[in-house]
Design a protein around this ligand. Sequence first.
Ligand SMILES: NC(=O)c1ccc[n+]([C@@H]2O[C@H](COP(=O)([O-])OP(=O)(O)OC[C@H]3O[C@@H](n4cnc5c(N)ncnc54)[C@H](O)[C@@H]3O)[C@@H](O)[C@H]2O)c1
Ligand SMILES: O=c1ccn([C@@H]2O[C@H](COP(=O)(O)OP(=O)(O)O[C@H]3O[C@H](CO)[C@@H](O)[C@H](O)[C@H]3O)[C@@H](O)[C@H]2O)c(=O)[nH]1
Length: 428
Amino acid sequence: MHISVIGSGYVGTTVAACFAELGHKVTAIDIDEEIVNTLNEGKAPIDEPGLEDLLEKHVGDRLEATTSYDAVPESDATFLAIGTPSNADGSIDLTALEAAAEATGEALAEKSERHLVVIKSTVTPMSIGDVLEPAVHRGANDNENIEVGMNPEFLREGSAVSDFMHPDKVVYGTRSEWATDKLHQVFEPLLEQHDADIVETDPATASMIKYANNAFLASKISLVNDLGNICKEFGLDAYEVMEAVGLDDRISEQFLRSGVGWGGSCFPKDVNAIIAAARETGYDPALLEATVEVNDRQPERMLDLLEKHVDLEGARIAVLGLAFKPQTDDIRNSRAIPTIENLQERGAEVAAYDPVAIDPMRERFPEIEYADSAADALADADGTVVVTDWDEFAALDEEFDAMKNGVVVDGRRIIQRRDGIIYEGLTF
Ligand SMILES: NC(=O)c1ccc[n+]([C@@H]2O[C@H](COP(=O)([O-])OP(=O)(O)OC[C@H]3O[C@@H](n4cnc5c(N)ncnc54)[C@H](O)[C@@H]3O)[C@@H](O)[C@H]2O)c1
Ligand SMILES: O=c1ccn([C@@H]2O[C@H](COP(=O)(O)OP(=O)(O)O[C@H]3O[C@H](CO)[C@@H](O)[C@H](O)[C@H]3O)[C@@H](O)[C@H]2O)c(=O)[nH]1
């Protein structure tokens, strides 16, 4: 099949490269010329394990990038993977996606065969029928050959390629059997090599499945953090407790790591978006609001623990980890951001370190010190907070001896306890 993928960010680039790996011919379309040029050199515009290998293999052969929508009508199906950021009130901003949907429609106005336009972006259920379908049809001058479907994406950053190639489920949100068959043709090569559940439903339900998935996972972590805070008050180790709880199949051992909370480009945006969409109907989503509240409190709790040992006014505090999770340089909604802000409010001087995410954080906080290594950040520090669970932090040992005052507050349970440090786990 020939597939056009509109938007070459985290999702679009991964999807385009993986579709090519599955044997499809792919045209990746983005309005950003720099991204398009990078892709056409066989390089990845984002840092994801395995992505560049796929691009090197397929660019110039099955995969091509362009800023033009000309290839859209020549393709058999079009996937839209455009960002859906948050508005100030938490609702999603559909401006960029709506523009791309309309441009896709325009490119398909004269097409005489049926064509499926698939929303890959995360969008609230009502926005498909209310905004995106009308945008595609408006652009296409109501060409009746054009149909819109929804295929939510569940990949995680840091393991995007592997997650895409090994999904638990593939969701087809369509309005016709023809569209379901078309989506199945796209995913057949993947499903031949990997056994995944197929969910066939309508577009609005498909998009709600995505929100319910993320809201559930974020709430699971917030619940574990709430229980973890209680464990800490009782002098108990939440990790020991949750390891046993996770043995219950109904709960599962995944996403039970308590600590400084969840960040990234999805959980905060998506939980707030579904809260905002629910409120618009008049419903009060009390549990999801608590999910956000517990998460917002964790960085402050970490600093309260630090302040039990160190007067933060004028103190030098090492912040280990800036990315929202390991294996990525993405700092969007990283827990490091409220941690640094909070340290600054309490009068501390910050010495920050991350193996890959210093450059993006420098744009957000140009005024703080960035160390070249964890050891440099720790040298002469009055205290340390651990925000991201990078493996290299687990290997730290005598580096702690260079601290002025060896207080370590571990927000991810990654640091080995040793003589010479005063260790405080956030929930253990
Ligand atoms: N990042 C993830 O891990 C992830 C996982 C699952 C779902 N999602 C969802 O997928 C969607 C995309 O997320 P992302 O992180 O890839 O976004 P992103 O911001 O990284 O990428 C979006 C891309 O779209 C391009 N673009 C904007 N307008 C365009 C237009 N009119 N035509 C062509 N290209 C255009 C931008 O230049 C950018 O490269 C969002 O709805 C997000 O919630 C993201
Ligand atoms: O037990 C855990 C697991 C995760 N986290 C934190 O949760 C956040 C999100 O982690 P993760 O889910 O691994 O990364 P994302 O790339 O944000 O992926 C989520 O968001 C994507 C975008 O919607 C979805 O596609 C994925 O299925 C969903 O896991 C990170 O800050 C993690 O540190 C914890 O605190 N404890």
